[in-house]
Design a protein. Structure first.
Lengths: 166, 338
């Protein structure tokens, strides 16, 4: 990170209150270093993470998204993180067809004691995304085909067209 | 009595416009499916513009005062500069603009071309097509110089847009195409001035499952199947049989037409109120019913059962979805990656 011009990915992390968010907290209190690229959004459980949240993050400018929850079998709402696991698989399958690089979307399990592991996962994600460059998804919607000129030319054509007077 | 009679005689007819953009023409036919009630429409409205049925020109619309059309039913997505121009023009001239049908509402099947770039679409249409013979590789040009002066074709956009990504829309009438009863209900609501709050989708706010007569029990799916792989009985929920039936995420209003004839719902009515992304809703619901806790098995069930996820989850709503289109082959804002 010494290079000032290096691209710094913006990452959104959805983390469950009971494990991974606490792991992030622990990493903080233990003064473990992890890159500042991640913005963490706390949810009660990874099962609460609607695919809409992830798509919204990408559509609004995230370069990568991390979904984190308690280890399988340890969810505080019984088996909701298995739901998260299946949603993640479903969404990843769809996002691949949408042309998103697989590195940009990641699922991580971290218990409340695993501050170290979570910090490492975040570092790895940042390093994996950096070479990909910015995602800037909304740039995909921009028209490069002279849209404004074309719209204006319609008006001009209509003005120039022969007027039939009655 | 007399007052009513006076009111009726003095009441001037409303003005109605209908237009089509990137659509298949099915919505135009759907308007006629209201049968003899079209006469009631004609009694209540002067149809001032309807290219498929009425001889009026764009120039006539341009000369109309702003907001002089009472209702415009606009079907089709926005794929070309000409369609965008017409959307802007009709927005300006109309008091109420209705996104009529799935294409205007969410992009529909034409919006699935957002999985490709303009170049790929042109390649398929003007080079690769089985019936295409184009040895000189001619492609549509916006401007063609001619001795009499330049000729113009509309610009074909990279990305199909929905109507409300182009201009503000007052109401949405979902469906591919909207069903006759719903069209009539919407027209009646307009005639009687009993419209829901602006921005609403006109239709019930429940799912197709609520209208479906099939029996629902607990869903647990080990394998998604394609329609040709199952012969459904008449009672069991199609999703429980393994078919990707989209009824669970789709707005009601069709009377569960497709499941009633053994065909899974494909989602043409789009989502209910409050859902920002139809496909996300469907993915979420389908993921819940997969009967496995093993990541590899889950992956396999999804990969084998749903080979075309975007076409399955966003068949009607890709253009209107949060991501709108496939990622272009450029990094970010139009900068080519090495
Ligand atoms: S409570 Fe942590 S994943 Fe459910």
């Amino acid at each position: 990170m010494s290079d000032k011009n290096a691209f710094e990915p913006k990452i959104i992390g959805f983390m469950c209150n009971w494990c991974s968010y606490r792991a992030a907290d622990l990493a903080g209190t233990a003064r473990l270093k992890y890159p500042p690229n991640i913005r963490i959004i706390r949810v009660m459980c990874s099962g609460r993470i609607d695919p809409t949240f992830v798509l919204n993050a990408f559509a609004r400018g995230a370069d990568a998204v991390m979904v984190a929850g308690c280890h399988p079998g340890e969810c505080h709402y019984v088996d909701q993180n298995y739901k998260a696991m299946r949603r993640y698989a479903m969404l990843k399958h769809t996002l691949t067809q949408m042309g998103l690089e697989p590195e940009r979307f990641r699922l991580v399990w971290a218990s409340a004691a695993e501050g170290q592991q979570l910090a490492e996962a975040i570092t790895q994600l940042v390093e994996a995304v950096r070479p990909l460059g910015p995602l800037h998804w909304s740039g995909n919607w921009e028209e490069n085909g002279h849209r404004h000129e074309a719209l204006e030319s319609i008006l001009k054509e209509h003005e120039a067209a022969m007027e039939v007077t009655e | 009595m007399t007052t009513t009679a006076t009111q009726e005689t003095t009441k001037t007819k409303g003005k109605l416009a209908l237009y089509w953009a990137a659509s298949c023409g099915g919505c135009e036919i759907a308007v006629l499916a209201i049968n003899e009630k079209i006469l009631d429409v004609a009694a209540a409205f002067d149809i001032v513009f309807w290219p498929v049925a009425v001889d009026a020109k764009v120039r006539d619309v341009e000369k109309m005062p702003d907001k002089s059309i009472d209702v415009c039913l606009f079907n089709g997505g926005i794929r070309t500069s000409e369609q965008e121009y017409m959307a802007q023009l009709l927005r300006k001239k109309s008091k109420v603009l209705v996104a009529f049908g799935s294409c205007a509402h969410e992009g529909c099947i034409p919006g699935l071309a957002n999985l490709s770039s303009r170049e790929e679409v042109f390649e398929a249409a003007y080079a690769q097509g089985d019936s295409t013979e184009n040895p000189d590789g001619v492609r549509p040009q916006h401007e063609t110089p001619m001795p009499e002066g330049p000729l113009y074709l509309p610009v074909f956009y990279d990305t199909l847009k929905t109507l409300d990504q182009t201009v503000p829309v007052d109401y949405y009438l979902p469906g591919c195409p909207p069903e006759a009863e719903n069209i009539w209900a919407a027209i009646t609501a307009i005639l009687e001035g009993k419209l829901p709050p602006a921005g609403s989708v006109i239709g019930p706010n429940t799912t197709v499952c609520d209208e479906c007569p099939r029996k629902r029990t607990e869903k647990k799916i080990k394998k998604f199947l394609r329609t040709y792989q199952v012969k459904p009985d008449e009672k069991t929920c199609l999703l429980e049989l393994g078919l990707v039936c989209c009824g669970i995420a789709t707005r009601a209003g069709c009377g569960a037409l497709c499941p009633k004839v053994n065909s899974p719902c494909i989602g043409c009515h789009g989502p209910n109120d409050g859902v920002h992304d139809y496909g996300a809703r469907l993915m979420s619901a389908l993921a819940s019913v997969i009967d496995s806790q093993d990541p590899e098995e889950i992956d396999q069930i999804i990969r084998e059962g749903i080979p075309d996820p975007v076409g399955t989850f966003y068949r009607f709503s890709l253009a209107g979805s949060q991501l709108r289109r496939r990622k272009k082959q450029v990094a970010g804002n139009g900068v080519k990656r090495g």
